[in-house]
Design a protein around this ligand. Structure first.
Ligand SMILES: Nc1ncnc2c1ncn2[C@@H]1O[C@H](COP(=O)(O)OP(=O)(O)OP(=O)(O)O)[C@@H](O)[C@H]1O
Ligand SMILES: [Mg+2]
Length: 244
């Protein structure tokens, strides 16, 4: 083989991808995988647990004695907790709420859930209208809210949190803030994957992420993503419609 032929890309090889395009495709594949797992959990594991529940209830009907009955009831309780846990996992994995009800409702629901489970006070500052953007952008915003609020719940010990979404000149800005413990830069680098994942997701879509956090002074995460021209226009028009 001549050196030239050795360097020429084989026909079977796809052309090299730009790093951001590769990240974008990896994110897409990851979302698709999550959706598949969520579907399987729902259709297979979920169904199997429901059948089990039905059979235990039948057994309860002709349990021979109090002791057996108590054991079946105990098993039913464990099963119900597992079904509830499975439901939550399915909801976390699949952005179905995003697809069914749209971004603003999906964000509101996340915030309400956090407020309900922790007793924290939520402040929401969302556009009155949101003309749907590119699906990748919507998923990125939804996943970022999910992770940021998960962090608020897990680490912040805050009393208040806020979620803001703003569209300005071709950009969408998401901000999630809390008045909790805050953290140092070093902590963020040495622990989990959540913040890194958010930053990479934003970068893959041509955007950026900023973190402001100080011990004892709370945390603010800001994500900026560019909107496609059509989505920027549609959102500007939606805002105008609301104002008039
Ligand atoms: N809102 C917050 N308040 C206080 N500390 C935070 C907050 N968000 C993040 N942190 C700190 O930054 C660290 C890194 O956050 P990150 O989301 O990357 O990882 P994690 O939440 O620990 O794990 P993972 O997200 O992988 O489950 C956390 O471990 C925590 O110490
Ligand atoms: Mg996290």
């Amino acid at each position: 083989m001549s050196p030239k032929a050795a360097q020429a890309p084989s026909r079977l090889e796809p052309p090299p991808l730009e790093a951001t395009e590769l990240s974008r495709q990896l994110l897409k594949a990851q979302e698709e995988e999550r959706r598949r797992i969520s579907r399987e959990l729902h259709d297979e594991t979920g169904q199997a647990l429901m059948v089990l529940r039905f059979q235990l209830e039948l057994l309860l009907g002709d349990a021979g004695g109090k002791e057996t009955e108590a054991k079946i009831r105990e098993a039913l309780e464990v099963l119900d907790r597992s079904i509830e846990g499975l439901r939550r996992t399915i909801a976390r994995l699949s952005p179905r709420v995003l697809e069914e009800f749209g971004l603003l409702t999906a964000i509101r629901r996340q915030a309400q859930l956090l407020a309900k489970h922790t007793g924290m006070k939520a402040l929401l500052d969302l556009p009155h209208n949101w003309a749907a953007a590119d699906h990748d952008i919507e998923v990125a915003l939804y996943r970022s809210v999910q992770e940021a609020l998960h962090n608020v719940a897990k680490h912040s010990r805050a009393s208040n949190f806020a979620v803001r979404l703003e569209v300005t000149s071709g950009k969408v800005t998401l901000q999630v803030e809390d008045d909790g413990t805050g953290f140092s830069r070093r902590t963020a680098h040495t622990r989990g994957f959540g913040l890194t994942g958010m930053r990479e997701r934003a970068a893959a879509l041509g955007g950026s992420m900023k973190i402001r956090s100080e011990r004892g002074k709370g945390t603010s995460i800001q994500i900026q993503l560019p909107l496609a021209k059509s989505a920027a226009k549609a959102n500007a028009a939606a805002a105008l419609r609301h104002a008039s």
